[in-house]
Design a protein around this ligand. Structure first.
Ligand SMILES: *[C@@H]1O[C@H](CO)[C@@H](O)[C@H](O)[C@H]1NC(C)=O
Ligand SMILES: *[C@@H]1O[C@H](CO)[C@@H](O)[C@H](O)[C@H]1NC(C)=O
Ligand SMILES: *[C@@H]1O[C@H](CO)[C@@H](O)[C@H](O)[C@H]1NC(C)=O
Ligand SMILES: *[C@@H]1O[C@H](CO)[C@@H](O)[C@H](O)[C@H]1NC(C)=O
Ligand SMILES: *[C@@H]1O[C@H](CO)[C@@H](O)[C@H](O)[C@H]1NC(C)=O
Ligand SMILES: *[C@@H]1O[C@H](CO)[C@@H](O)[C@H](O)[C@H]1NC(C)=O
Length: 635
């Protein structure tokens, strides 16, 4: 499926810090000389990359191929509508994915991607004031903690683990990243009028509620979550500087961020990060070992952090590396898939060892996160040109290279540095190789999980977050690093005794009549991706096709008709068949749906729908590179 004319990302071997200004700041170059690249893995990555990007775009409303009935700019967690039903837009998943897309935009300068980013921001402006079971926007911001919404932008009113307090923080970070780019590129009005009002609400929410419990990213445990606290800290730190850069301020950011930083230190138990704390009674006991903490290092990462700071849990920090070993080791003996894998090689990683969801299995995004932390750590250690190992993380390094690992500080010129950084990169690659092994060929679709004994894909299909995790992992592998958030300025050890906090904020409904500057690089695309959606009941053995008066639709010949998919067909109430084709812009196309019963070529089994031919105008409003439309029909 080709949804976009996105220029292919050029991956180089040099360390590229993708700054908001879009002018990459170059750090020290990875020599690459001692890194053995696995050609088979490289080949898979180059094929999986466009698949993952297209997989995300397909899940963005309104015209994404798998997103029929989602509003413009709203991103679905997955097109799966049954077992499980993920046909909703989650604030967390959307923010993490759009952060990845914004970083990608800095590299590709792709106009259609920028339109998607603008659409996402406009959609968040509409969502923030929607009253929901977590509360309202006015006057206390409580509604911002709602985890998910209907794909048409209305509230989800079923019971759920709510509130979830990471969403506003992650959304603020995604929007600030783009806001900085707008500022650096002369679009102050868009940064101040479109981005800041949404960000200001999210920052106010974080500053008000960070010291209250909420549900964690897996939506199961109410308490304090390391992932949430770290995302909140980062949001307030960069929120303060973003506010200043548009001539505003965030006093609550400045007063609360140091308190959250202090609180963050308390998740460390001396051996690893305890991902969930302040858990109420009634929850089943947990070790606290959780890929939550590994995912967190992808958010705490700052390319300009001058040291592998334990305070901000940088990916290369002693604590984060020690934790990486403890968490990933928890899965080594747990899954049959991981039997016989040596300690210096990556394994399939799940959420947490006590997990029972779908029987408790490895997840693609968890396994990829284990790789991504290591790539980021590699980039940091290489940039610092020094490797420090202490008693905290010696076990991590010993597992990779028992002969060379030792406590001490090793300059880039040393044999130890060369051997261990090389082992680190190979270790990271081995996690990606695990993901590769369990990704089905030939299409490379990424579901949520893969079964712990067979490796078969499981649970939600085409999970947006799985695709986003692949893209960020591969960007890190190739040295395309996200920009700085200001961790470099945090060097002081927080006070021994932490104090609680939270300050009441003020909230305002963001404007929804947003106007955007012209998008970059937006040529008129000749072909539009047109997705046909039709609700029609079928029985097993029947297939629905679309046929029409143009070659791409078979020129009214049933043998050339385009077969639709029933992936979102729901027995009781939503018999959807859908599929897309490329059609030249500007034409008026006539079409009909047909049903085939027998095998291919059985003319007698073809049933045509009654009535006049249907018509679609292959046109789209707005910038010329907007490249997809969808039609919705009923038969
Ligand atoms: C939005 O979607 C929900 C769930 O499908 C539906 O119940 C509701 O009627 C829709 N609301 C609007 C305004 O379309
Ligand atoms: C609130 O902050 C204090 C001080 O850091 C901490 O001891 C307490 O556990 C926090 N509670 C929650 C729910 O965040
Ligand atoms: C692990 O090794 C044992 C002993 O060699 C073997 O019997 C078993 O089949 C192996 N398991 C896997 C999953 O490779
Ligand atoms: C960090 O400190 C430097 C030097 O004082 C300053 O220029 C920069 O703006 C600060 N960055 C942030 C994000 O606060
Ligand atoms: C958007 O609406 C607000 C409030 O109605 C108005 O003040 C503002 O001028 C409008 N902006 C644009 C760009 O239309
Ligand atoms: C063609 O389809 C019809 C209707 O389903 C069926 O009765 C017939 O056996 C099929 N013929 C062949 C050759 O498959």
């Amino acid at each position: 499926m080709i949804l976009s004319s996105a220029s292919v990302v050029a991956f180089g071997a040099s360390l590229l810090v993708v700054s908001a200004a879009g002018s990459p700041a170059r750090g020290s170059s990875l020599s690459g000389a001692n890194i053995k690249r696995d050609a088979a893995l490289d080949d898979w990555i180059s094929r999986e990359e466009p698949t993952s990007y297209a997989g995300i775009l397909a899940n963005i409303g309104e015209a994404g191929e798998r997103s029929y009935r989602a509003d413009r700019g709203l991103l679905l967690a997955s097109p799966s509508t049954v077992d499980p039903d993920y046909f909703y837009t989650w604030t967390r998943d959307s923010a993490l994915t759009f952060k990845a897309l914004v970083d990608r935009f800095f590299v590709t300068k792709d106009g259609i991607l920028q339109i998607h980013i603008n659409d996402y921001i406009a959609a968040q402006a509409r969502l923030q004031p929607v009253s929901n079971p977590s509360g309202t926007l006015l006057p206390d911001g409580s509604g911002l903690g709602e985890p998910k919404f209907q794909p048409n932008g209305t509230a989800f009113t079923g019971s759920w683990g709510r509130p979830q307090r990471d969403g506003p923080a992650l959304r603020a970070t995604a929007l600030i990243t783009y806001g900085k780019w707008l500022l650096s590129n002369g679009h102050r009005d868009a940064a101040a009028n479109n981005v800041w009002p949404i960000v200001a609400n999210d920052l106010a929410y974080v500053a008000q509620y960070w010291n209250e419990t909420g549900f964690d990213l897996w939506e199961e445990v109410r308490g304090s979550s390391f992932f949430t606290s770290a995302a909140q800290h980062r949001a307030l730190v960069e929120g303060s500087s973003f506010a200043a850069s548009i001539g505003s301020s965030c006093a609550a950011c400045d007063s609360q961020a140091p308190k959250i930083l202090c609180f963050l230190q308390t998740y460390w138990n001396g051996e690893y990060i305890v991902s969930n704390t302040n858990i109420g009674t009634g929850n089943s006991p947990r070790s606290g070992k959780d890929v939550n903490s590994i995912l967190t290092t992808l958010t705490t990462f700052d390319p300009l952090s001058p040291t592998c700071s334990d305070i901000t849990y940088q990916p290369c920090s002693h604590k984060a590396l020690a934790n990486h070993k403890v968490v990933t080791d928890a899965f080594r003996s747990l899954y049959a898939l991981n039997a016989n894998i040596s300690v210096d090689a990556g394994v399939a990683v799940g959420r947490y060892p006590e997990d029972v969801y779908y029987g408790g299995n490895p997840w693609y995004l968890a396994t990829l996160a284990a790789a991504e932390q290591l790539y980021l750590a590699h980039a940091q250690i290489t940039r610092h040109a020094t490797l420090s190992i202490t008693s905290v993380d010696i076990a991590f390094w010993k597992a990779l290279d028992a002969a060379n690992a030792a406590e001490g500080t090793f300059p880039a010129s040393s044999q130890t540095f060369t051997a261990l950084t090389s082992a680190l990169k190979a270790y990271a690659d081995s996690y990606v190789a695990v993901a590769q092994k369990y990704t089905p060929e030939p299409y490379g679709a990424l579901a949520e999980q893969f079964e712990r004994s067979t490796g078969a894909p499981l649970s939600a299909k085409d999970l947006t977050w799985s695709y986003a995790a692949f893209l960020t992992t591969i960007a890190a592998r190739d040295g395309e690093l996200p920009g700085s958030w200001g961790a470099a300025n945090i060097s002081s050890v927080p006070p021994e005794t932490c104090v609680g906090g939270g300050v009441a904020g003020t909230y305002t409904a963001p404007p929804t009549n947003l106007t955007w500057p012209d998008v970059v690089n937006c040529p008129v695309i000749d072909d539009l991706h047109v997705t046909f959606n039709v609700l029609t009941r079928t029985v097993v053995g029947q297939d629905i096709f679309v046929v029409g008066n143009v070659p791409a639709l078979g020129n009214w010949n049933v043998d050339g008709a385009v077969k639709l998919q029933a992936m979102r067909y729901r027995e009781a109430d939503f018999p959807l068949w859908f599929g897309g084709v490329e059609l030249a812009r500007g034409q008026r196309v006539e079409y009909k749906y047909i049903r085939k019963d027998g095998g291919a070529g059985n003319e007698s089994s073809v049933v045509w729908e009654d009535g006049a031919n249907r018509v679609v105008e292959v046109q789209v409003q707005g910038p010329g590179c907007r490249d997809a439309i969808a039609v919705g029909d009923q038969w």
